[in-house]
Design a protein around this ligand. Structure first.
Ligand code: FES
Ligand code: FES
Length: 171
């Protein structure tokens, strides 16, 4: 099979490789970039464990071909923490016990990340709707929803703190 050179920017870093046209994005992320935080749960677009953010949209990376992502930008769960500090969504999943085995967690976190970029204060219904394509066989979802609410609160209070700091500098 003729291979095609593909370059994908993942978490701000470029990865290039010659890949078969049938290679799925999730395999490019795991096997070419070596970022194994993105999981394969079903390979049939049901579970959401493979969710990443592609050009600003949450996508199931087992439903996208790597060649479709040439020159595109992707964020995976590894791209969320900064300077060794967990992203507020990652921290709230830990604090609110939003995970047990952890298999679904990176997908849950990436869908939540995408949701909170679009809606800073989602209702419980909106959180449940956003996460309806992500399956968890362990938690019963209650603590996941609590974790997303907590993350929304913490992100807003961090932003408020930053605003107050900016105002103090300007005064
Ligand atoms: S592995 Fe992609 S949806 Fe399950
Ligand atoms: S924590 Fe085990 S599948 Fe969700």
């Amino acid at each position: 099979m003729v291979k095609k050179e593909v370059t994908v920017t993942i978490n701000g870093k470029e990865y290039s490789s010659k890949v078969e046209p049938r290679m799925l994005l999730v395999h490019f992320i795991r096997d070419v970039a070596g970022l194994t935080g993105t999981h394969v749960g079903c390979d049939t677009s049901n579970c959401g464990a493979c969710t990443v953010v592609l050009d600003g949209k949450a996508v199931k990376s087992c439903t996208v071909l790597a060649v479709q992502c040439d020159n595109k930008r992707i964020t995976t769960v590894e791209g969320l923490s900064k300077d060794g500090k967990l992203h507020p969504i990652q921290k709230s999943f830990v604090d609110k016990h939003g995970l047990q085995c952890g298999y679904c967690t990176s997908g849950m976190i990436m869908t939540s990340f995408w949701l909170l970029q679009r809606n800073r204060n989602p209702s419980e219904k909106q959180i449940r709707e956003a996460l309806s394509g992500n399956l968890c066989r362990c938690t019963g979802y209650e603590n996941i929803v609590k974790a997303v609410k907590e993350a929304a609160r913490n992100i807003m209070s961090e932003q408020n703190r930053d605003l107050v700091k900016e105002e103090a500098i300007e005064a």
